[in-house]
Write a protein that binds this ligand. Structure first.
Ligand code: GLN
Ligand code: ZN
Length: 759
């Protein structure tokens, strides 16, 4: 049996790469120093995997920004707008890479960045390749080949990893009409063959192709493209050992295509799709010579592997096809895991494994599968059992509360039309009411106040006084410019999930559990390890304080159950839907406590509801059913007169508009301005019955929108949605903005609403 790994985190266990990249961008260190940091991280990662006992070590998984962008550079898919930078200015490759990722505004050049989007159902964002009808490709960046050589010289048994050509094309976007990106395959393949030629010369025998598009619903033409690609690669390099990897889902309808490919090793994600092994072992695949890579160690989560369960998979497969055809691996690249558990102090440590520990698990599983007594197995069994039985995890009262939920708990007292009447009587808002999405600028002072509390430099009382002052200023200012529904500003919050996680039972936090989100941006997701409950109110104090300052309505501000789930590492010992329902009950308690404290407008943010969608459409309904139900449970404990808002950003809503309507929030605010209100069409075509606040300006840029622009967007909105259903608000929260532009933009927004009311 061989062990291999699909990819290792590249940020460095103390985020060394992030820090070096940001310093380089700020002009504080030279390129050579950034490159040196990169080289050190690569070498450390390789050595660490080698020492752990990994036979084949991935190379090419390292990137200064993103591996999809690296692929674009490898095949020379550089959009024309960078021509001036590459040709006239002769920008070095590293600067071209960053220009494509982040835009280039310097020395008289002003070139926009490429688009970024989520990598499958992860929180990692990749840079979207751009293609034109006349697209050509050529071997441009030799990074992969150089890194392969570098690894060989360092004495590493290296395995180059490439994003496969079909997935690469499918992940990209046509920038003009008249062709399909898959048509480009015949032009792209020769470049891949060039790369393979060079790798071959450098001594590569194993090459891993990632084709994660095989976890999506593919058309016949797309499946054919896969068949053609690997037939051609095999025909050109008959001696090459191709490893084909897909992950995050079953091969599903693509299984027979995958099984028939002329590859040396086929990888299975047995964490996401445990049933796949049986499906394969009952086909004629058993009579072939293709090896199976068993992805038994979860690359997407932080739990210690259950060795007994993994060994069952390994032994079952070995029994059918023989040990020689078995490889052991993580389920997917470890890019999605934090780096090193050794840096943590959490009490959960005996139950966890980060990337470094996961590669050790892979190696240990091989040893255990070889047979013979080994104390590591008993140690693992003890750890798994201690977690299973721990009173830290299991709270009978939480479980029985979930069991006792009835349909009534997931329904407001009356349907929206009646609620709307009650709310109009209570709230007495004008037509086109104005509001914001929740947060106000997180200035250095505000961050400083929270940091000083954390370091013990402020007492709780001193901290409260400072936050109260900020909140009061925000309230006074909103009153002065005439916003209708105010917010308290979220000055006490670090992050919209962490803030709640810190106050809920069943959550834990790490000190260094960073995972790359995009470029130099990393996130540190909380760990949901146990049954979730809310010991005491979480936000009532701040909302009630803000409401006490004013006669206007102040909107309570909460993060919804699906978003809290989606942005955390979630326990794997019960269905995600159960965990989500527990969170929903905790939020419901908060909602009803806010109402008791006199808050009449309460927003439950669900920006992540769409990104939780399964990769295959056939699984959407099941997910949407429990996700929508969780939101409704959180929102339905209040009287008809209390107005529930929700907010979603970055969403394409067309295909899930029914589910959004089923959430039955009284008001939804959405991001709309960048798409010129096109998003609103989904709501208009659907005749969305409840109230909507289509964002009238983009908060992602410091640019101050003009009244004319906002007016034009709202005129468009009211031409498709009845005026008495519309709210006026920005696209999203304002925490990343500074005050000057925030002030100017909101003043103009309020004036726009006033003008709308009279004309
Ligand atoms: N209430 C949050 C804020 O204003 C919402 C952020 C979000 O949707 N991502 O910051
Ligand atoms: Zn938002």
């Amino acid at each position: 049996m061989q062990t291999h790994n699909l990819g290792y985190p590249r940020i460095g266990s103390r985020r060394e790469l992030k820090k070096a990249a940001e310093q380089y961008w700020a002009g504080k260190i030279p390129a050579a120093q950034l490159m040196a940091t990169g080289k050190t991280i690569r070498e450390q990662n390789w050595k660490l995997q080698q020492e752990a006992g990994i036979d084949l070590i991935p190379v090419g998984d390292f990137s200064y920004y993103d591996q999809v962008l690296d692929t674009s550079l490898m095949v020379g898919a550089i959009p024309d707008r960078y021509h001036a930078l590459t040709v006239d200015k002769q920008l070095p490759d590293i600067d071209l890479l960053f220009a494509m990722a982040r835009g280039y505004q310097k020395d008289g050049y002003d070139v926009t960045a490429m688009e970024m989007t989520k990598w499958f159902d992860t929180n990692y964002h990749y840079i979207v390749p751009e293609f034109t009808a006349g697209q050509t490709f050529r071997l441009f960046s030799q990074k992969l080949i150089n890194e392969y050589r570098e690894a060989r010289e360092a004495g590493i048994n290296a395995k180059p990893v490439l994003l496969g050509p079909v997935s690469y094309l499918l992940l990209g976007k046509e920038k003009e009409a008249g062709f399909h990106r898959l048509d480009l395959l015949k032009k792209l393949l020769p470049v891949y063959l060039d790369v393979l030629e060079k790798l071959d010369e450098a001594g590569a025998y194993y090459v891993q192709f990632d084709e994660p598009c095989l976890s999506l619903d593919l058309t016949t033409a797309e499946q054919q493209a896969i068949v053609k690609t690997y037939a051609e690669i095999k025909a050109t390099f008959p001696n090459l050992h191709i490893i084909l990897a897909s992950y995050f889902e079953c091969y599903g309808e693509n299984l027979s295509t995958a099984l028939a490919l002329p590859v040396g090793t086929l990888h299975l994600d047995l964490v996401r799709c445990p049933s796949q092994l049986d499906d394969i072992l009952t086909t004629s695949f058993v009579n072939t010579r293709t090896k199976l890579s068993l992805g038994v160690v979860d690359g997407r989560n932080i739990w210690k592997n259950d060795f007994r369960q993994s060994l069952q998979f390994i032994q079952k497969a070995a029994g059918k096809i023989g040990k020689d055809r078995i490889w052991i691996a993580p389920s997917c690249s470890l890019l999605h895991s934090p780096c090193d558990l050794d840096l943590e102090t959490t009490m959960l440590k005996p139950w966890l494994a980060f990337a470094k520990q996961k590669v050790q698990e892979v190696a240990t599983l091989r040893t255990l599968a070889a047979g013979g007594a080994n104390p590591l197995l008993q140690e693992n069994i003890d750890a798994i059992n201690s977690r299973r039985a721990s009173p830290l995890i299991h709270k009978p009262e939480v479980k029985s509360r979930v069991d006792l939920i009835t349909e009534k708990d997931a329904r407001r007292q009356h349907a929206f039309p009646e609620r709307r009447d009650r709310q109009r009587e209570t709230l007495r808002l004008p037509l086109f009411p104005t509001t914001t999405i929740g947060s106000f600028p997180q200035t250095t002072e505000i961050r400083g106040i929270r940091a000083r509390l954390k370091k013990g430099e402020l007492t709780a009382r001193e901290y409260d006084v400072l936050i109260e002052k900020e909140t009061e200023e925000a309230i006074r200012w909103q009153e002065s410019i005439g916003i209708d529904v105010l917010v308290h500003g979220e000055f006490e919050r670090n992050d919209m999930v962490e803030y709640f996680g810190e106050q809920l039972d069943g959550f834990a936090f790490t000190e260094n559990g960073w995972v790359q989100s995009y470029g130099s941006r990393c996130v540190k997701p909380p760990i949901i390890f146990g049954d979730v409950s809310r010991p005491v109110p979480m936000t009532v104090r701040w909302s009630a304080y803000a409401q006490s300052l004013t006669d206007k309505w102040v909107k309570g501000m909460l993060t919804g159950p699906v978003t809290i789930l989606q942005w955390s590492f979630v326990r794997n010992d019960q269905p995600r839907s159960t965990t989500c329902t527990q969170i929903a009950l905790a939020i419901r308690d908060e909602v009803t406590d806010l109402e008791k404290a006199g808050i009449r407008v309460i927003q439950i943010d669900e920006p992540a509801i769409r990104e939780g969608l399964p990769l295959r459409k056939a699984n959407w309904k099941e997910y949407l059913d429990w996700a929508v139900r969780a939101f409704r449970i959180s929102a339905s404990g209040v009287a008809d007169a209390t107005q529930i808002h929700t907010h979603m950003c970055y969403s394409e809503f067309n295909d899930i508009i029914q589910a959004i309507a089923d959430m039955d929030a009284d008001v939804i605010t959405i991001e709309c301005s960048r798409s010129q209100m096109e998003l609103l069409d989904a709501f208009a075509d659907f005749r969305y019955p409840n109230e909507i606040g289509p964002g009238v300006y983009d908060i992602h840029s410091p640019r101050v929108p003009s009244k004319t622009e906002m007016r034009a967007l709202m005129d468009k909105a009211r031409s498709v949605v009845p005026a008495d259903q519309l709210w006026v608000n920005p696209d999203c929260g304002l925490k990343t903005r500074a005050w000057p532009e925030t002030r100017a933009a909101l003043v103009a927004m309020v004036e726009t609403a006033r003008e709308l009311r009279t004309s």
